[in-house]
Ligand binder design. Structure first.
Ligand SMILES: [Mg+2]
Length: 402
């Protein structure tokens, strides 16, 4: 059966919220982010983009490009309020919603036609409601699968509504390969070396040839070049995700620094999950290198996790799928999504006995944190010091990530 998927993505979200809350900012280049030395542009208005500014750019560089830009600090709580409003609008049309972030989601509206009209009409109604009720514009892409819908929402940004034709070739074939899901700068370079620049070029290669070049990713490329993607829209309830990320004063270079930072992040995320009585089955790791390129790696685990050590273990595996350790890292983040009620089970990563010990330790850490605050309680292995570092390097505490 043909599916109908809509991808929705708010335009320049944080910056648009700032312009919404302060009408004097409308029509001006607005940058949201930190002003300090290592501050980064988290979001910028379309007026600022005209100066060549984009998100993840160092703030100092953005201000050189556009000295009169208005800089506003990140107000996450406020963005969350807007996000909740927008997701509430989505849920009037379907409960099959897969949030990707505060400002982005897939909706599966297959079979909603009798109630709300065609997928295009639903997308148009959502855009209208979001604008009327929040003042924000949102771009929509309509297609038969998630891959094409996401490409489509980006096609006419801002305030776009694009429907991918069936078959999708007219839309898909001219696209540059870097737009394909999963094609990062490294893959893109390899493809370019082979003389491949657009989806049409990629279409010329056989599945066997692509597999030979890119292993299992080659099969995926083969399907994407044909606009095929069978991933379902995965519904998540309640909070979209719980995560934490840190930008470091000094870039992280070696595996000890990286793993220590991951443990710190895993502790924070686990504490917040358990405080809300939740566990998550998708672990996502975010890595930003010193040159500001950012990659995410995710893995689905079953049953869902809420323990710091179990989360750490998955995060370490994901870290191996990045260039961390070879390239300096300025930011790390861990988040869990697909949240459910948190049972006291911790998956198959640990045996029963170890699982109990892990739970008891996590519980004790939670209690101490409630009493003394987060900073007051850290596991011994989080403390810096030569002794721990040398233990870590010999792999005594499982630090080596293998
Ligand atoms: Mg957006």
């Amino acid at each position: 059966m043909n599916r109908s998927i809509i991808h929705l993505d708010l335009d320049a979200f944080y910056a648009s919220v700032e312009q919404q809350d302060d009408p004097q900012l409308r029509g001006l280049p607005v940058l949201v982010g930190g002003r300090s030395g290592r501050g980064v542009v988290c979001a910028c208005s379309y007026e600022a983009r005209r100066f060549g500014i984009h998100s993840a750019m160092p703030m100092t560089r953005a201000l050189r490009l556009c000295p009169k830009a208005v800089v506003r600090p990140v107000r996450m709580e406020r963005y969350r309020q807007f996000s909740q409003q927008v997701f509430a609008i989505f849920s009037r049309f379907t409960d099959r919603i897969e949030p990707l972030s505060l400002d982005e989601a897939f909706l599966d509206v297959s079979g909603c036609e009798r109630l709300f009209g065609t997928p295009v009409q639903i997308a148009a109604q959502i855009k209208e409601a979001v604008f009327q009720e929040t003042g924000l514009t949102i771009s929509a892409g309509v297609a038969e699968n998630k891959f094409l819908a996401k490409l489509a929402s980006d096609h006419q940004k801002p305030d776009g509504l694009y429907v991918v034709p069936q078959p999708p070739d007219r839309f898909l074939l001219p696209l540059p390969l870097k737009r394909l899901w999963g094609v990062g700068p490294v893959t893109c370079q390899r493809l370019e070396k082979l003389g491949l620049r657009t989806v049409a070029d990629l279409r010329q290669l056989s599945e066997a040839r692509l597999e030979q070049l890119f292993d299992s990713a080659g099969r995926q490329l083969y399907r994407l070049a044909r606009g095929e993607d069978s991933r379902p829209v995965i519904v998540a309830n309640r909070a979209h995700s719980i995560g934490h990320e840190d930008t470091y004063d000094h870039d992280l270079q070696d595996s000890f620094q990286l793993h220590r930072s991951l443990l710190d992040l895993a502790e924070r995320v686990a504490t917040r999950l358990r405080r809300k009585g939740l566990a998550g089955s998708v672990v996502q790791l975010k890595v930003r290198y010193a040159d500001f390129t950012t990659v995410t790696r995710r893995r689905t685990v079953e049953p869902p996790l809420d323990s710091a050590l179990a989360i750490l273990q998955v995060a370490k595996e994901l870290l191996l799928r990045t260039d961390a350790g070879e390239r300096p890292v300025r930011l790390l983040g861990i988040s869990l999504s697909q949240l459910r009620d948190g049972p006291e089970v911790q998956g198959e990563l640990f045996g029963d006995e170890q699982r109990e010990r892990v739970s008891a330790l996590d519980g004790a850490v939670d209690q101490l944190r409630r009493r003394y605050g987060v900073k007051g309680v850290q596991r011994a292995s989080l403390m810096t010091g030569d002794k721990n570092e040398s233990e870590a390097k010999t792999g005594g505490d499982g630090w080596d990530g293998s």
